[in-house]
Design a protein around this ligand. Structure first.
Ligand code: XIL
Length: 451
């Protein structure tokens, strides 16, 4: 089957699955007593790294499906897994994760396109111009296969050296192509899937230090020259040698102030008990304090499968029991473990009906796309919601499900069809199919109002 056909068939299937997932989510109407639903109440996603090999384990999948609203394939989208020999792409394991996530209405983060590690040896043996071609082919191969299905891509991972120099790390890309490989990767990625957020991702950049300063300067330069970059990922692997920095929030904020989103992409904190719980609280509070911190991902579901399993760094123990850190994260997100601070928008019972609306493109093809708007009730139950969606002028909507639209020019005002009643923190949503008519721009979703 040709690449084009395979791409189209993934996109078309995704549209159908997304519509089914919306209905499933709407019927479950759960309260904000899971990480994903509590984070949604704060307008954020809460994700985890997932390994395809564990999806057959019932407890693993039950915990994943119950708690998380986003997944990152832990290894399955890396270069060695997807293009082990040149131009031969294998997507079986990554597809398993993406299909599972879509069937549960979860977002997918793509990890990662260009990285010096888990890189097959054939890449390192290429000469400069061939390497540049191979890098672009790899980006186009991955992003083409998943076009319209990935929320954010880690386009380049770990390109800077540790330590004080702020220099780029030696890698086949850096050594043969120079600093410019990073912007070349981002420009290629933007063209390959214009709907995906494009992130630079790294570690030991969580606080203000020489390495994060170097990344900061690169992002600032990209923004000033129009190199496409949308987000910066902070891996956030913490332990006693590398604790949660005291200036974490300040560091996230200075990046956000450059005009990019920030995401916590691979969070794990070695330790146990209340000390570990307190560290997790600091991280969640830092993200919530930064408007452009759009979500958090922990690097695994259970301690027993963590890449640092001896450090027990995750939220569920080896038997999938909630650790103190789990309760702390849920509470910090304003979930039902929280005793409640008056005025905290995530806490139960301040008496005002409210909702939030978030938009994702769930499928994409040459002439059109599917969009999904997820509506989440605030800290009170609601009986109705209203959301406006403004489409780019050329676009037109051919169908809409799980909502009732009225039109004024290119603005559609959507109210519930059958799905107006939501418990506090519960989510529903509507989906639609739009014709691009020459414009690939995203619609703008206005404020959600509830009664
Ligand atoms: C790790 C995985 O968790 C391991 O299973 C694998 O053996 C090595 O890679 N930074 C990253 C991640 O960006 O891709 C790494 O994941 C952890 C460090």
């Amino acid at each position: 089957m040709s690449m084009t056909l395979r791409r189209l068939s993934r996109a078309a299937t995704a549209g159908l699955v997304a519509a089914a997932a919306l209905t499933a989510a709407a019927h479950s109407a759960e309260a904000a007593d899971t990480l994903g639903s509590a984070a949604a109440g704060q307008g954020r996603y809460f994700g985890t790294a997932v390994a395809a090999s564990h999806l057959g384990e019932a407890d693993y999948t039950a915990t994943l499906d119950r708690e998380f609203s986003s997944v990152t394939p832990e290894n399955e989208m890396k270069w060695d897994a997807t293009e082990p020999s040149r131009a031969t792409f294998t997507f079986t394991s990554a597809d398993r994760i993406v299909d599972h996530a879509q069937s549960k209405g979860m977002d997918v983060r793509g990890h990662t396109l260009v990285w010096h590690s888990q890189l097959p040896s054939w890449v390192g043996s290429l000469g400069a111009s061939d390497l540049s071609t191979a890098m672009k082919d790899h980006i186009n191969g991955l992003m083409g296969h998943y076009k319209g299905e990935i929320h954010s891509w880690d386009v380049v991972n770990e390109a800077f050296q540790d330590g004080g120099s702020g220099a780029r790390r030696s890698s086949p890309f850096q050594d043969k192509l120079g600093d410019g490989f990073i912007e070349e990767a981002f420009r290629t990625a933007r063209a390959a899937d214009p709907a995906a957020k494009l992130c630079y991702n790294d570690y030991n950049t969580d606080g203000v230090n020489a390495k994060s300063n170097a990344v900061y300067n690169m992002v600032k330069d990209f923004k000033s020259r129009g190199v496409p970059i949308d987000c910066v990922g902070f891996q956030s692997h913490f332990n006693s040698n590398s604790p949660v920095p005291s200036d974490y929030r300040q560091n996230l904020q200075r990046f956000a102030d450059l005009g990019v989103d920030v995401q916590i992409t691979e969070l794990d904190i070695e330790g146990s008990g209340s000390a570990q719980a307190a560290d997790y609280t600091k991280v969640v509070e830092a993200c919530l304090a930064v408007d452009r911190c759009t979500g958090m991902t922990v690097w695994g579901v259970t301690d027993k499968y963590s890449w640092r399993s001896s450090g027990t760094p995750l939220l569920f123990d080896g038997n999938y029991q909630e650790k103190p850190a789990y309760g702390a994260v849920l509470a910090a997100l304003g979930g039902s473990g929280d005793p409640g601070d008056p005025g905290d928008p995530g806490d139960p019972g301040d008496g005002t009906a409210s909702c939030t609306a978030t938009y994702t493109r769930t499928a994409d093809w040459d002439s059109g796309y599917n969009g999904q708007v997820t509506i989440t009730a605030g800290d009170e139950p609601i009986s109705a919601w209203t959301v406006t969606v403004t489409l780019p002028a050329q676009q037109s909507v051919s169908s809409l499900w799980n909502g009732t639209p009225t039109w004024s020019g290119n603005v559609m005002t959507v109210k519930p069809s059958w799905n107006g009643t939501l418990a506090a923190g519960a989510s529903t949503g509507f989906g639609f199919t739009a014709a691009k008519n020459g414009s690939d721009a995203a619609p703008t979703v206005g404020t959600c109002t509830a009664s």
